[in-house]
Design a protein around this ligand. Structure first.
Ligand SMILES: [Zn+2]
Ligand SMILES: [Zn+2]
Length: 226
């Protein structure tokens, strides 16, 4: 009861910076909070690793990821981590909105694929949580750039968190986790909040490419070291 009251108050007061709760126009992050977000500097265009002078890094040259490009704005730490947790687990839409507005402003010369695709959540988990943050982000990005959203992929296996699993266990967990219900577009942007191991994005990319997609770009707010 109290929680839902706080939630509705939060929605009724959209003119606060979600970082420090000081008044801020449009509910954007204030300049001070924005300065606390750890930007990924000079990322590798392939995996998003920092300090690569926008060139493909050594690790990607040796073993390229299955996707074609990756665009993330921040390291998943400090304030970005706090705001993403608020958005993802507390359903704090103001935090999500402030981050996605900034993310869009960061990505000025981005190639726009045929459609945006949210990393799907298993229906049981979504029912339990009431909200898929990737779906919400994909909708905002699609609306902002007038890109259609494609919904032809389902998560048919409920997977637990992949953190702490080794490569083989992750692969096992993700095998047959997704199924296409429609022919995929030729080029897609796969949207998620955070990229951690990259195993989920890799699995989805491979599935899309096996079924005719030729170009996959990963669009994420933040990234942990792969
Ligand atoms: Zn602030
Ligand atoms: Zn790389």
């Amino acid at each position: 009861m109290l929680r839902s009251l706080i939630q509705s108050l939060r929605h009724a007061l959209p003119l606060l910076c979600p970082g420090c709760l000081q008044a801020q126009r449009n509910g954007a992050l204030c300049p001070v909070c924005e300065s606390y977000l750890a930007t990924i500097d000079y990322p590798c265009p392939s995996c998003g690793a920092p300090g690569s002078s926008f060139e493909v890094c050594g690790a990607c040259l040796k073993k390229p990821p299955p996707w074609d490009s990756l665009h993330g704005a921040w390291h998943f730490e400090g304030l970005s981590r706090h705001l993403i947790h608020q958005f993802k687990y507390q359903h704090n839409i103001a935090a999500g909105r402030a981050l996605v507005m900034l993310w869009l402003a960061h990505q000025t010369a981005l190639f726009k694929p045929d459609a945006v695709v949210a990393v799907p959540m298993h229906y049981r988990k979504q029912q339990q949580k009431g909200f898929n943050q990737a779906e919400w982000l994909a909708r905002q990005i699609g609306a902002h750039w007038s890109m259609p959203q494609w919904h032809g992929v389902r998560r048919i296996k409920a997977t637990t968190a992949l953190e702490g699993l080794d490569k083989g266990q992750r692969k096992q967990m993700l095998s047959d986790a997704f199924r296409l219900t429609d022919r995929p577009p030729r080029s897609v942007a796969l949207v998620d909040d955070v990229l951690t191991s990259g195993a989920t994005a890799a699995e989805l990319t491979r599935l899309l490419k096996r079924n005719g997609t030729q170009f996959v770009s990963i669009w994420i707010l933040a990234r942990t070291p792969l």
